[in-house]
Write a protein that binds this ligand. Structure first.
Ligand SMILES: *Cc1c(COP(=O)(O)O)cnc(C)c1O
Length: 363
């Protein structure tokens, strides 16, 4: 039987002016809404206790398995308000599919994809007043963070027999507070975020934990993100800590590393590949060498490089930095990068026709 994540009748919300104040300049992932969706899974009883409930701390025992063995997965998607006031999700079915794949890799129970979508629709509808207007630069939204954790008080190493699923929500503005400017990226060849046979294709907290040291070192070198090379040869471009990467060729191809199991299959990546022909661009998925990328930037073969993900949408990469120095792509955002970025935002905010059928109406 499918889950309903039904909201009780007696919910209360923050005063409208308090919500409006938070909507004025929302920072990424700082403030949370009044409610959350949740469900419990047990080995004996399957999924149950699904509901929308007031937002608040979880009851986590210090022996809870997730705290020790990181059996955890998550997702990230946004609810967008269109000019007519309606609220929409962007391809929640893709997040549902990926969440199921992540669950399998982490030996967590699979939440049926339709139940995942229901949970997102329900919480987004409950929290509709928390979905901001797009705003002047058209980038405000309500970020949804579904996650699943091992929720069993047991220190033995085994897949948990009790699991918690929840969706929390946070009003967000542009991910990089400075607006759309080109970022410096540290090209990391030593620390790896994942390796063949590992969890790179799953969206799990452990991948992020593994990426933080390189991220810290990148900050110290004046870079804002890390581009990881493959863990075996350190010769192939993979992705950033939380974003996929594209290189634009002078012949209007957009090249992104092919999914090999060590790269997270981004919904934004998939959508950009899907809409490329609409913009007269040729989508290409193939292995991309680190040296090929650097040489191609210098020779003009790759006039633009950008990163993409739900949180930061499309972010132009201004330069790549490594031990041997800085390779500059462009000081500002390139034309193709901006065309893709604007097209994606136009679809998400309902400013152009959704020809691919990617939007799902909440209310
Ligand atoms: C979430 C994530 C992305 C981007 O995926 P989207 O579905 O586009 O948001 C890319 N890389 C990693 C490692 C991620 O965790």
């Amino acid at each position: 039987m499918s889950l309903s994540f039904a909201a009780p009748d007696d919910l209360t919300w923050s005063p409208d002016d308090a919500i409006a104040a938070l909507h004025a300049d929302p920072k990424f992932g700082v403030a949370f809404t009044d409610h959350m969706a949740e469900a419990i899974w047990t080995a004996d009883g399957g999924w149950h206790d699904d509901a929308v409930a007031p937002y608040g701390p979880l009851d986590v025992n210090p022996a809870s398995a997730v705290l020790h063995y990181a059996q955890e997965i998550f997702e990230g998607l946004k609810a967008y308000r269109h000019a007519d006031g309606s609220v929409w999700l962007f391809r929640p079915d893709c997040n549902a599919e990926r969440f199921a794949n992540s669950a399998r890799r982490l030996a967590l129970p699979v939440l049926p994809e339709e139940d995942f979508v229901t949970s997102c629709l329900q919480i987004a509808e409950t929290e509709a007043r928390w979905v901001p207007d797009a705003g002047k630069n058209g980038e405000k939204s309500l970020y949804l963070r579904p996650f699943m954790i091992a929720y069993e008080d047991f220190l033995g190493v085994a897949p948990a027999k009790r699991v918690l699923y929840s969706v929390i929500c946070s009003p967000v503005g542009p991910y990089f507070s400075g607006g759309v400017s080109a970022v410096r990226i540290w090209l990391e060849r030593h620390n790896s975020r994942t390796a063949p046979g590992g969890t790179g294709a799953a969206k799990c907290g452990g991948n992020y934990a593994a990426s933080l040291l390189a991220q810290e070192e990148a900050y110290a070198k004046g870079c804002s993100q890390v581009l990881f090379a493959d863990a075996v040869e350190h010769a192939w471009v993979e992705e950033l800590g939380g974003m996929n990467i594209f290189a634009v060729t002078k012949d209007k191809e957009i090249v992104t590393p092919v999914l090999t199991g060590t790269i997270l299959p981004g919904v934004t990546r998939r959508s950009i590949l899907g809409m490329a022909p609409d913009l007269g661009l040729t989508p290409v998925e193939r292995r991309l060498g680190v040296d090929e990328l650097l040489d191609g930037i210098r020779s003009g073969e790759f006039p633009e490089v950008f990163a993409c993900g739900t949180a930061a949408v499309v972010t132009p990469i201004g330069s790549l930095v490594d031990e041997s120095g800085e390779t500059t792509v462009k000081e500002q955002a390139g034309e193709v990068t901006m065309a893709i970025r604007n097209r994606l935002l136009d679809i998400q905010y309902g400013r152009v026709e959704d020809t691919h059928g990617w939007l799902r109406r909440v209310c």
